[in-house]
Design a protein around this ligand. Structure first.
Ligand SMILES: *Cc1c(COP(=O)(O)O)cnc(C)c1O
Length: 358
């Protein structure tokens, strides 16, 4: 159990919008909860975060993030535990990754304490927005951007850190059909791929749109040099089960260090599974799908937890991935993770940040 150690000023909404929410039909990101937290970095330091009603903000068209891209975000979740407390999942780890992304973009760090306390205060205040149905969650979006108004190219001096939240339904797992990308790249080694910065998404839209027009759901990104080794799938990390071993590309500067990736690797070890973090070539996956050595392929990320892959198109051939049955690793690990987050199974790695609700 945790307690708030700082007091954060709150300006409450005069009227909640929660009645407008159709909790039986939560489209991802459609509804934003009543309040947001906003903190300014100015004159070389952070100013006190405040909670205010969620709504439009006045900003200059010359603000630097719009022109030169200093914008970074996180994506994380909170849940109701089975004994009706609030659980924010791995907030410290998200704070640390946020700071790695900020460093890469020449933006000032948010102290971990401020990040976690802000989450705590905001989520506790808007707790009625956390959906209760099985598999649903509160999707949390901390982000930061340069808002200094100036046209000259420079590292900004003024930034805003904001958190907004959205109730979301359980992810509907429609297995993906993947195109192996052998022309475009999401990022390159030495680039910004390991940072969760806005521009990585903007740059991925076009190749993804082309893949969609060709009848695929997502892209299997490969390395920028040879298009030979697998990086990620869409905006998720990717894992395979090969001859009973859980295999995932080892991290490099072109791969985002997913927290779901880390969580699943840790749980796989707990479950007695052998794991390998190493380079994974397209050729290995092609041969493994043909021989039957590759029994599972799935994406991992906060939004979906695991997203099954149904098909990978390699060199013009549609290679099917076996369907993930109830005894598959991906479904077992997903259930185990869900049990830990709900408080039904011991949280041996101290991943849960519990806000007691009286
Ligand atoms: C956010 C993200 C992921 C998944 O990270 P999680 O922490 O598991 O949500 C994977 N790849 C990219 C490119 C991402 O932006």
């Amino acid at each position: 159990m945790t307690t708030l150690t700082t007091s954060i000023p709150v300006q409450r909404v005069s009227k909640s919008r929660i009645k407008e929410v159709d909790f039986n039909n939560l489209e991802f990101g459609k509804y934003i909860a009543d309040h947001m937290i906003v903190a300014d970095f100015k004159d070389g330091k952070w100013h006190e975060p405040t909670i205010v009603p969620y709504g439009d903000m006045l900003m200059s068209p010359a603000m630097l993030s719009l022109h030169y891209g200093q914008a970074v975000f996180e994506g994380m979740k909170a849940f109701w535990t089975s004994d009706k407390n609030i659980n924010i999942f791995r907030p410290a780890r998200h704070a640390q990754r946020f700071n790695r992304s900020l460093n890469r973009m020449c933006m000032p760090e948010v102290p971990e304490e401020m990040f976690v306390q802000s989450l705590h205060a905001l989520i506790e205040l808007d707790k009625d927005w956390i959906p209760t149905s099985e598999g649903s969650s509160f999707y949390i979006r901390p982000f930061m951007f340069a808002y200094e108004a100036r046209l000259g190219v420079k590292v900004a001096d003024h930034f805003k850190f904001i958190i907004i939240n959205s109730p979301v339904a359980a992810y509907q797992a429609k297995p993906y059909r993947l195109k192996v990308e052998d022309h475009y790249v999401r990022t390159a080694e030495g680039g910004t791929g390991f940072a969760k910065c806005a521009g990585n998404y903007g740059g991925a839209f076009y190749p993804t749109q082309i893949a969609r027009e060709e009848g695929f759901d997502q892209i299997l990104w490969t390395d920028h040099k040879e298009h030979k080794y697998i990086d990620e799938v869409g905006m998720m990390n990717v894992m395979f089960v090969i001859n009973g071993t859980l295999v995932t590309p080892q991290l490099n500067t072109a791969i985002l260090d997913g927290i779901t990736r880390d969580t699943i690797l840790t749980l796989a070890k707990d479950m007695g599974m052998k794991i390998e973090e190493r380079r994974v070539s397209i050729d290995e996956i092609e041969a493994g799908l043909k021989s039957g050595a590759v029994t599972e392929a799935f994406g991992t990320g906060t939004a979906a937890v695991v997203a099954p892959i149904a098909l990978i198109n390699i060199k013009g051939q549609d290679l099917a991935v076996p369907e993930a049955g109830p005894s598959s690793f991906q479904l077992r690990v997903k259930e185990k993770l869900n049990n830990i987050r709900m408080g039904k199974e011991a949280d041996t790695h101290q991943w849960n940040y519990i806000i007691p609700v009286r």
